[in-house]
Design a protein around this ligand. Structure first.
Ligand code: MSP
Length: 533
């Protein structure tokens, strides 16, 4: 691959398409924030990126919820779907496509896909008997159920017995091909622990799964037999394909798959892994389509150590959280504090402590006090230093030189906590450096050149840290960049790859003596703990 091709290789990624039976909760926000960070990072690298999100609007769960509220399903979906879009706006999520599975263009695509699988002989009529969890929209094995036939995920809900005629997809036919896929592409399922769970499940032998329902109106009719409604998951997964259509393109598979297929990364929570790494690739194999590159199943969030749920009354409203603390704070906490892939907890006191320590004290204060010293000791002008002349053994340059590459690897591995921690090490080292060097004393001793060297090294380190954290805290990073004299807004994504490309900005030593600095002002205000948390 030559350099031009490499730079232009597309990167398409997805969040799950969220059910609209309710407004978004913090779990949905978590995946979407992570996806946005990945998208922003690849844009900095100069890759053409397509970030897909959207809402999954069909099925019995939504039909029932709309009925219980006395609303038509479509009206209800319109309101809920808008709630998702507005939360993404509050959280500064820069998605490229928002697909709603009730979109008429989606219908056309689903019909075409169904026909392909039908022509392959992979769909047949059979009898489905089993326990169905409407909240999961999934049949459960008897052995998975809790006492009273309750669902292990929705523990307060009983599953419902079904004995009906359904159309089935021949999943069992793809057993060997799926096993070969997991073998040949070991990182198809990530993280490793999830991969092992799936391998165990598949080894037990795959059974065909039903892809139609009777007595559910809210969905697309099965093309070959309109008495049946297509199973919501069969329709929803194909939303990822419809989302790829250019806005004015005819809804055909050929058009949808032309530019961005195959998807590079599906980001999902661990509970829907089976759909994405077993059912979905098998459906694509049946339709003779290339498979996605990678599926990453992250962990679950708890609150104060307890499973979040309406029945426990401890759900965390993401809108209230962002309104109270701002988008960057929320994004930073979840991505820095929780190892992506593992379960993680939200606790308000911890939340406040982390933000105060990292963003207000370590990062914000460092910039502020350094710019104030520049004002006092250098007349507000950029310290007159040539970065190339600073020794590679300089304590900050030594860290800064390799940092860009290290942080890049962390982002590529979706190790967001490590990207933050590695960057914070430079920030902490800078705070220590300034205390050790005491430029205020050097100034008093008339050592102007040394003062300027110290201040330069710190400003440059703050700049680098801000740049490397910009996918996570775009507003704070933009603010730091602005004070350092750059006209770069990290929320204007289309520009960032050309205005602030990674290959230039991720290297220590970018600031020059000609840089025009702006007035210092705090980038993150300390949060006072609430009186009654
Ligand atoms: N509609 C399906 C996805 C179809 S994709 C073609 C769906 N929707 S969902 O709204 O129920 O769930 C969306 C995502 O939220 C899932 O990835 C799920 O793992 C995630 N979460 C739900 N509760 C969560 C937590 N408490 N913590 C973290 N993520 C959680 O499934």
């Amino acid at each position: 691959m030559n350099q031009v091709e490499k730079i232009q290789k597309t990167f398409a990624l997805t969040t799950p398409l969220y059910y609209v039976n309710d407004l978004p909760h913090v779990g949905s926000a978590y995946t979407t924030m992570a996806a946005d960070v990945v998208a922003r990072f690849y844009r900095l690298l100069g890759r053409p990126v397509l970030l897909i999100t959207g809402t999954d609007e069909h099925g019995q769960k939504i039909q029932r919820t709309a009925e219980s509220k006395g609303e038509s399903p479509q009206n209800f979906c319109d309101q809920m779907s808008a709630g998702f879009a507005s939360l993404w706006e509050l959280l500064d999520i820069k998605y490229d496509r928002f697909i709603r599975t009730t979109d008429t263009r989606h219908h056309g695509l689903v019909k075409e896909f169904f026909q392909r699988v039908w022509d392959k002989g992979d769909i047949y009529l059979g009898q489905q008997k089993g326990w169905y969890c409407v909240s999961c929209e999934e049949f459960k094995e008897e052995r998975e159920l809790l006492e009273g036939h309750r669902c292990p995920i929705h523990t307060n809900k009983e599953t419902e017995w079904r004995d009906e005629e359904n159309y089935f997809f021949r999943l069992s036919k793809y057993q060997d091909q799926l096993e070969a896929l997991y073998q040949d592409i070991p990182d198809f399922i990530q993280p490793e622990s999830r991969r092992n769970e799936v391998l165990n499940f598949v080894r037990q032998g795959l059974q065909d799964f039903s892809i139609s329902r009777v007595n559910v109106d809210w969905g697309f009719p099965v093309p070959s037999d309109p008495q049946h409604t297509l199973y919501v998951w069969f329709d929803a997964l194909l939303g990822y394909v419809t989302a790829l259509l250019e806005p004015d393109a005819q809804p055909t598979l050929e058009n949808a798959l032309a530019k961005w297929w195959p998807i590079n990364l599906h980001l999902i929570g661990k509970d829907i892994l089976r759909f994405h790494v077993v059912y979905w690739p098998a459906m694509l194999m049946s339709a003779d389509l290339p498979l996605p590159e990678k599926v990453f199943g992250h962990g679950f969030l708890t609150k104060d150590g307890q499973k979040m749920g309406k029945s426990l009354g401890n759900t965390l409203d993401p809108v209230a959280l962002v309104q109270r603390y701002g988008a960057d704070a929320v994004r930073y906490y979840f991505l820095k504090e929780i190892e992506f892939g593992k379960d993680g907890d939200f606790n308000e006191i911890r939340f406040i402590n982390v933000l105060n320590a990292d963003l207000a004290n370590d990062l914000g204060n460092l910039l502020n006090r350094t710019l104030n010293m520049v004002k006092k000791y250098c007349g507000g002008n950029m310290p007159q230093v040539v970065s190339e002349e600073i020794s590679v053994e300089h304590p900050l340059k030594a860290i800064g030189l390799g940092l860009g590459e290290n942080v890049k690897q962390a982002y590529e591995a979706l190790a967001f906590n490590q990207a933050c921690e590695k960057t914070l090490l430079l920030v902490q080292a800078s705070n220590k450096f300034i205390d050790d060097q005491a430029p205020w004393s050097l100034y008093k001793q008339g050592q102007q050149q040394q003062v300027e060297q110290v201040l330069y090294a710190v400003l440059e380190s703050v700049r680098l840290a801000a740049y490397l954290l910009s996918p996570i805290i775009p507003n704070i990073s933009g603010d730091i960049y602005q004070q350092l004299g750059f006209e770069i807004n990290f929320n204007e994504q289309l520009q960032t790859s050309t205005v602030a490309p990674f290959c230039v900005h991720s290297t220590w030593g970018l600031l020059t003596a000609q840089q025009q600095l702006n007035k210092p002002r705090p980038v993150f205000k300390r949060i006072e703990p609430p009186e009654n948390p």
